[in-house]
Design a binder for this molecule. Structure first.
Ligand SMILES: O=C(O)CC[C@@H](O)C(=O)O
Ligand SMILES: [Zn+2]
Length: 528
């Protein structure tokens, strides 16, 4: 079968970011700009050394956690010899997010290898009232994976062992720091695949994926991590180890506690191991790239596709002509078909190449004869499939070359998803440089991205709260799959009722009474 190899290692290179070596370190105690948070005011947060300054629209000032002392460092060096990093150059890449829009000023990076290491770290930090930023591959898009001030970074990178794999049930158990792509390669050798696939798979780690409840390109087929994760091991804020690392498909003994940690962005506990149900590797994979003129036709194609491809449909993704323009301009990727307003990427995965090919052929014939699509191309072999997929996967990268990017990850009723892009374009007029729409049509998930030449508070003020009010008016979600992190936490009320947020806050207070785990993330600054 054609294996689709996709990775965002290339993103890092294009952006000049090196994931393993830090260079050109900024002075550790300089003010760190967090302007995007502040609506109209361009504002600086200050590190501990400067003393936090307060601004009503800003992130809260640094909370009254302790600061790291030489005694603390002695303790960490004793339990993690050679894995307690204080060299500012080495810390630099862990202090900044992938988009380079959030910068913390942590002075300590801890690299545990075992659950016991994590347990000792948290027990100590909790007693000392030291804040902690759990960190996986640091590929998140909402500022959830980096410190805001001087939180101690606890990286899961060295926790990268596969613990077991059952080739009959397809259940994999591994440590949290396993890189998604490595797990995929391990499983493919055993005729299985991971149930999730992301553009960032070359760097992201399974623990981070679970903590953010990452969605990605296969969700349409295999469902969310709330369904495929069977068990978790989690270290709680006070160092207790919660062993819910079950490998059972069915287990109705009381509350399903692991669900609390899926998508809670490291604010309730640090995930140290995961067991996950993996699908069989498909024997036949086809990728189709189609073009159509209207979003209505795109939706009708989706309906037709579900009906005619049924169980072999594994992805239905889209991008608009503005995305294509950015791919052409910034990445020199040529359009594989003729120019259209909308482009669709369909993937089929099945067990019988002849059967799948026949179904696909019938679907394409119907889509063409009923004039739903104008043009298209099909890939059965790996390299062409990879090229077609890159037209969808590399839009995020193309955007980084277009200017400062305002990112929105919205869930909406599927028939409404493009209306938001159209309305936003009209609303912004010539204020924005580009307004693009792409995403996971099959999941009702729009990635609305807007650029301006440089970061511009006026553009931001025109986008927000418009985008959130629009979303709330359709009962949508202001974060479909990227989480809330630092950037979106204060918009939670657009998608969740007051009572739900209050209950979340109670759960946080129960599991992490001192609030040391990933502070300033997920929950809003003020409870309503
Ligand atoms: O950059 C984005 O807005 C989306 C990133 C990712 O979720 C994708 O689906 O490509
Ligand atoms: Zn996405």
């Amino acid at each position: 079968m054609a294996r689709l190899f996709r990775s965002t290692q290339q993103f890092g290179n294009v952006l000049g970011r090196c994931r393993t070596h830090a260079c050109a370190a900024t002075p550790r105690r300089s003010p760190v700009e967090h302007w995007w948070l502040f609506g109209l005011c361009s504002h600086k947060l200050h590190t501990v050394a400067d003393g936090p300054k307060s601004c009503p629209a800003a992130a809260p000032g640094r909370l009254p956690f302790s600061t790291v002392t030489p005694d603390d460092l002695d303790f960490f060096r004793k339990i993690l010899p050679g894995r307690t990093i204080t060299d500012p150059d080495l810390l630099q890449s862990s202090n900044v997010d992938w988009l380079k829009t959030v910068k913390g000023s942590s002075e300590v990076l801890l690299r545990p290898r075992t659950t016991e290491d994590v347990s000792q770290i948290l027990r100590y930090c909790n007693r000392r009232n030291l804040a902690v930023n759990p960190q996986g591959g640091n590929t998140g898009l909402v500022g959830g994976s980096v410190p805001v001030y001087d939180e101690i970074i606890v990286s899961t990178a060295l926790m990268n062992n596969i613990l077991s794999f059952d080739s009959v049930s397809g259940i994999l158990t591994c440590q949290a720091g396993c890189v998604l792509e490595n797990l995929t390669l391990y499983l493919e050798e055993r005729d299985y695949i991971m149930p999730l696939d992301l553009g960032a798979k070359g760097s992201c780690q399974i623990g981070g994926n679970v903590s953010t409840n990452a969605g990605g390109l296969r969700l349409l087929r295999y469902g969310s991590l709330h369904g495929t994760v069977l068990g978790l091991e989690v270290v709680l804020a006070d160092g207790r180890v919660l062993d819910c690392l079950s490998t059972l498909r069915k287990d109705n003994t009381g509350y399903d506690l692991k669900q609390l940690f899926i998508g809670s962005e490291g604010t309730l506990g640090v995930i140290t191991a995961v067991s996950i149900l993996c699908p069989r590797k498909p024997k036949s994979v086809n990728v189709v790239f189609l073009g159509c003129e209207t979003f209505e036709q795109l939706l009708q194609t989706f309906q037709l596709c579900r009906g005619m491809l049924g169980e072999i449909l594994s992805a239905f993704e889209f991008l608009d002509s503005e995305c294509m323009r950015l791919l052409n301009t910034h990445l020199k990727l040529p359009n594989p078909i003729s120019d259209c307003h909308f482009y669709i990427v369909i993937e089929t995965s099945g067990s019988d190449p002849r059967h799948d090919g026949e179904k696909l052929h019938n679907f394409l014939e119907e889509a063409m004869t009923s004039s739903l699509v104008n043009d298209g191309t099909v890939a059965t072999e790996e390299s062409k499939a990879k090229t077609l997929w890159s037209m969808r996967e590399r839009v995020t990268e193309a955007l980084t070359h277009d200017g400062y990017t305002y990112k929105y990850d919205i869930s909406l009723p599927v028939d409404r998803i493009y209306q938001l892009v159209t309305d936003m374009r009209e609303h912004l007029g010539d204020k924005a440089k580009s307004v693009v729409g792409y995403g996971h049509v099959g999941d009702g998930n729009l990635h609305l991205n807007i650029t301006s030449p440089t970061k511009d508070p006026e553009v931001l003020a025109a986008i927000e709260p418009f985008v959130y009010e629009w979303t709330a008016s359709c009962q949508g979600s202001i974060s479909a799959e990227h989480g809330l992190g630092l950037k979106k936490r204060n918009y939670i009320y657009y998608s969740k009722p007051r009572q739900a947020v209050a209950l979340m806050s109670d759960i946080k207070a129960m599991l992490d009474p001192k609030g040391i785990l990933n502070p300033y993330k997920t929950l809003p600054d003020n409870l309503k």
